[in-house]
Design a protein around this ligand. Structure first.
Ligand SMILES: *[C@@H]1O[C@H](CO)[C@@H](O)[C@H](O)[C@H]1NC(C)=O
Ligand SMILES: *[C@@H]1O[C@H](CO)[C@@H](O)[C@H](O)[C@H]1NC(C)=O
Length: 360
C-alpha cells in the first residue's frame, strides 16, 4: 500500500470511528468546505475543496488553511441576502494557490441595489470578498456584489489572474461596486475583466504593483486613491489595459485634507482608455472634488507615460486631461500620452511640476 493510500485509509477509518485525529497524524490530504461550519478549523488542511453551497443569512465564510495550501472550488458559492457586514468571504492563507476553476461567488446584488450604494438606502455588505495572506488567485467570477466586490489586503508577493467581476446587471441601480480595492504591495493583477459602476481598480496604499492587460467596462476607470492622511502609493505600472464606456478613464485622487501622504512613480504604458462623461485622465489633490482647492499636505511626483502610446479619449464635455495640483513636483514625461476629445486640458500645476512631451 502506498503511503498516500495508507494515510487516506487511516483518515477514512478515523472519521468513521468519529474519534479525534491523533496529534501525530500528518496533515489531512483534503478538507471539504460545504458549509460555514465545515470551514471552522482548516489549520491542518494543506488542500481544501470548496463545493457548491449557500452561505445563509447572518453568516460569513472564512477560509484559513495551512500555509502553502491549495484551495480549489468545484462549485459556486451563493450568499443569501444578509444584514451581516462584509467581507462575506475571507481567504486568509499564506502562500496559497487558489483556483476557482471558473466558478462564481454569487452576491445577490439585485436584492440590495437601490441606486444609493454604501451611503444610503439598504445596508449593503462590502466588500463581498477579502483576500489576506498571500499567493496566487485565479479563475473565479464575482457575480452581482451588493457594493465593493474584491478587497486585496495581501501581505506578501501575490497575483490575481483571470478574475471576472460581473456587475453589469447593476447598470441602473448598482453603485459603489468597485472591482478591486487594493491596500497591498508586491502585487500583480492581470488578465481580469470588470464590469461595474465605480472604480475598476482603486489603489489606496502600497508599492510595486502591476495592473496589466485588464478590461474595464462601464465604471469609473483605473484609480490611485483616494489617498487619505498617512497613506502612500509608489511604484505602480498600468500596462495594456482597456477602459471603455466609463465615467472617468484614469484618475489619481488625493483627499484635499490629506497630510503625510504621497503618490510617486506611477507609469502608464500602452493603455486604451475611453471615458464617456467626465475627465479622460484626472490628477487631483482636491478630492472629493474633481477640481477644487487642492491641498498641499501631500505630494504627487513621477507620473510617466512611456513605451507604447496610452490613448485617452473622452466623448464628454469635460477636459480630456485635468490636473489640479497643490503640491506636485519634478518633471513628468508624458511623451507616450495621446489625449483627444472633450475640452482642452485644464492644468493647475501647484508645487511647480513641469510636464514634458505628449499632446497635453
Ligand atoms: C484545529 O485543528 C488542528 C489540527 O487539525 C488542531 O491541532 C487544533 O487543536 C484545532 N483547533 C481548534 C480550536 O479546534
Ligand atoms: C480602443 O478602445 C476603443 C473603444 O473601446 C476601440 O474602439 C479601439 O479599437 C481600441 N483601440 C485599440 C488600439 O485597441
Amino acid at each position: 500500500m502506498s503511503l498516500l493510500a495508507f494515510i487516506t485509509l487511516a483518515c477514512v477509518l478515523t472519521s468513521a470511528l468519529a474519534t479525534p485525529t491523533p496529534a501525530a497524524t500528518a496533515k489531512r490530504a483534503t478538507c471539504t468546505v460545504n458549509s460555514v461550519a465545515s470551514a471552522s478549523n482548516l489549520s491542518g488542511c494543506s488542500s481544501v475543496v470548496i463545493t457548491a453551497f449557500t452561505v445563509p443569512s447572518g453568516n460569513t465564510l472564512t477560509i484559513k488553511a495551512a500555509s502553502g495550501a491549495s484551495v480549489q472550488m468545484t462549485g459556486s458559492v451563493t450568499f443569501a441576502q444578509t444584514t451581516s457586514s462584509g467581507p462575506l468571504f475571507t481567504l486568509d492563507t499564506s502562500d496559497v494557490s487558489f483556483n476557482g476553476n471558473g466558478n462564481s461567488f454569487f452576491g445577490n446584488g439585485p436584492l440590495y441595489w437601490d441606486g444609493e450604494g454604501t451611503s444610503g438606502g439598504k445596508t449593503k455588505p462590502h466588500p463581498l470578498l477579502k483576500f489576506e495572506g498571500s499567493g496566487t488567485f485565479t479563475n473565479f467570477i464575482v457575480k452581482d456584489s451588493p457594493a465593493h466586490a474584491i478587497s486585496v489586503g495581501t501581505s506578501a508577493t501575490s497575483s490575481f489572474t483571470n478574475v471576472r467581476v460581473d456587475n453589469a446587471d447593476g447598470a441602473s441601480l448598482g453603485k459603489n461596486t468597485d472591482g478591486f480595492d487594493v491596500s497591498a504591495s508586491d502585487l500583480t493583477i492581470s488578465g481580469c475583466t470588470v464590469l461595474n459602476q465605480d472604480d475598476c481598480v482603486a489603489i489606496n496604499s502600497g508599492s510595486n504593483i502591476l495592473f496589466e492587460n485588464n478590461v474595464c467596462t462601464g465604471g469609473h476607470g483605473m484609480s490611485i486613491g483616494s489617498i487619505a492622511t498617512g497613506k502612500s502609493v509608489s511604484g505602480v505600472t498600468f500596462s495594456g489595459n482597456t477602459v471603455s464606456q466609463s465615467m472617468y478613464g484614469m484618475r489619481i485622487k488625493v483627499d484635499s485634507d490629506a497630510t503625510d501622504a504621497s503618490v510617486s512613480d506611477i507609469t502608464y504604458i500602452g493603455n486604451n482608455i475611453s471615458a464617456n462623461d467626465k475627465y479622460g485622465y484626472l490628477i487631483t489633490q482636491s478630492y472629493s472634488e474633481d477640481f477644487g482647492t487642492p491641498g498641499t499636505g501631500s505630494t504627487v511626483s513621477g507620473i510617466t507615460f512611456s513605451g507604447a502610446t496610452t490613448k485617452v479619449t473622452t466623448t464628454g464635455k469635460f477636459p480630456v486631461v485635468g490636473v489640479d495640483c497643490g503640491k506636485c513636483t519634478g518633471t513628468w514625461n508624458w511623451g507616450s500620452l495621446d489625449a483627444t476629445g472633450g475640452e482642452a486640458a485644464d492644468l493647475v500645476l501647484g508645487g511647480g511640476v513641469k510636464i514634458s512631451g505628449g499632446t497635453v
